[in-house]
Design a protein around this ligand. Sequence first.
Ligand code: ZN
Length: 226
Amino acid sequence: MAEQRDDALLLRSIAYSDSSLILHCLTQKHGRISLMARGARRAKSPFRAALMPLYTLQLRWKEPRTGSMGTLLEVQRFSPLLPESMILAGQTLLANASALFPDGVAHGYDELQQACGLLSARPEEAGLCVATWSMLERSGWIGGFNHCWHCVETIDLNLNMYWRQGHLLCEKCANQHGFQLHPGFRKSISTLMQNPNIKLNHEHITLWKMMIKDVFKTHQMRHSER
Ligand SMILES: [Zn+2]
């Protein structure tokens, strides 16, 4: 069977049998893949020390004869994606990436790497919002801050917009339903996406976190209705 080699980010690893791990990875050229890392939980396994989340990894693996799970042959660990103080926020980012880029998708590697860069340049709480928002935007779950996600009309940053069920709406589309977003909020968030030195006040962070939760919830509901 063919061997493959690619840069990868480890999303999660699950214990399998006495000594092995099943890995879920986002790779640069092969999308999301699952691999069996045989013996990876043994003390002397060369995989053990190298298989770390939030690091750039290079993997070599054997493609499966049947099914979708390859077998890990070699792993090399390179630079960390985040400073050590941000590991906890990084774990949340990995969980979000795992939901956004499920099995079978061709992308996610670049998106997660960029998100880690955005997070590491900002204070943790605001950074996590910026990083998650950028992955949501790039995966097409949400639109931009400058237009209505329903009628697609561009809305000046000095005007009010409305938030309803995971969607950003103009005044007309919202039709007096939904949570009113003041212009200041959209302005500071759009600026923070570009410029890490903008300070976001606590109220805005709380509101933004609620909106992100809302987007995930709305998407999960739609998913389970299928
Ligand atoms: Zn509209």
